[in-house]
Design a protein around this ligand. Sequence first.
Ligand code: XMP
Length: 512
Amino acid sequence: MEHEKVIVLNFGGQYDQLIARRVRDHGVYCDVVPYTVPVEELRKARPSGIIFTGGPNSVFDPSSPHYTADILSLGIPILGICYGAQLMAWMGGGVVETAERSEYGNIRLRVTSADSLLFRDVPRESVVWMSHTDRIKTLPEGFSVTAETEDCPVAAMENKQKRLYAVQFHPEVTHSAFGDRMLYNFLFGVCGCKGDWQMESFIEDTVAALRKQIGDKPVVLGLSGGVDSSVAAALLSRAVGRQLTCVFVDHGLMRKDEGDIVENTFTSLFDMNFVRVNCADEFLAALRGVTDPEQKRKIIGEEFYRVFWSEIRRQKETGFFAQGTIYPDRVESGKGDADKIKTHHNRVKTPEDIEFLGIIEPLRDLFKDEVRRVGEKLGLPKELVWRQPFPGPGLGVRIIGEITREKIEVLQNADWVLRDEMAKNGYDKQLSQFFCVLPTVSTVGVMGDHRTYDHLIAIRAVTTDDFMTADWAKIPYDILARVSSRITNEVKHVNRVVYDVTTKPPATVEWE
Ligand code: XMP
């Protein structure tokens, strides 16, 4: 089915996918394409509108990304943002200059045109997010100024007749108080969109595209039990059923019963081949005597991929390799260079001796909450879709010092009690992340008339928006009291519980 769509033409800005995501939030399908795509292709795609992104360059630098001015005459509405606005002015014969002062941060915008479609229902004065040094000095022919700021006389311009709009600020970021309203006005007021695209449409389109790409070939996917790989697995299962093989490496460092939950979910709810590799013993052997946190991470990572690839080598036929990469995994934070990969295990490099027909990343353009919505629509259980972040090395970074089978069991049991109490008190949905840590500290206690010398368990619970900074959660004392009493009563070899009251920074969320 053909949907109405808007195309984001990317000139190197860091917000290209964020713009696309805002457009999708309004129920309009949105693709991001690089500025190297020929104008003829854009014309053939018949989008309802085109959005030029920002970018770090100056339009008068010849090496900056430019575009043929023919795009302004296609009859397709265009919204230029930041660099995209300057480019529109430049292409139309206007003048762009470098201002004496940069404008950065929250800036007061004054709408100067009462009848601009872009500013319908936007107050005459509001705050917008600016980040620029260059600015439009002289308007191209046919344009008029529609908004200004103290330092920027052309904060917005338009050519109503040709449906060309440009804004110097960033309507896509939440700091722009009415930015979303402006995008809405562009989509519905200017482009005439209907807004009938939904997550179901994403699923339908992706399933159709996956079927076409994969044909009758096999696909393998590494399933970690995390949200992204689980949703990717569910989507691929919908597309190609038993052509999909999910390999789940159970390193024994998951939370209590988690390996079984993952296995049961995917073998009972979805049509696919499911391979669970139980290798807790190998991991424990590789980790024996190791206490340095970085060394532990390295061993767990290496061991994981050794096991995973040796399982993949057993596949008889050459097929595709699928991953649950999502958009933030592709972006090195802040730089917006969408092809640079974080040094994170979320995106895997395939070994040279294994041949694949190609890499499949069906969630590559989605943000985390969009992935969750897809997961819910595909019927994944809520516990899985709304799962808290869990580090790749698992409980390995929550046991300080050497990892042993006994410590894993103690930690799993304590952590289970914490999760149970939090769920019973409705705290599981309020907090960003909570878990137990086993610091490998023994302290003296008393049980009955006996002296004990047993494990200390620490509780870590945080609230955060982005995990870059975090606050410790103010869990009510009576809940903490119950958790403490239950852990010391129900979990063998624990005689003391403490609560971590440190923010990030200076501490991190995980203890290792
Ligand atoms: P930190 O401890 O750095 O954690 O404040 C921030 C968030 O990242 C998670 N985390 C990891 N996730 N592999 C992951 O996939 C890792 O090695 C890792 N270390 C920390 C952590 O749980 C928190 O949500």
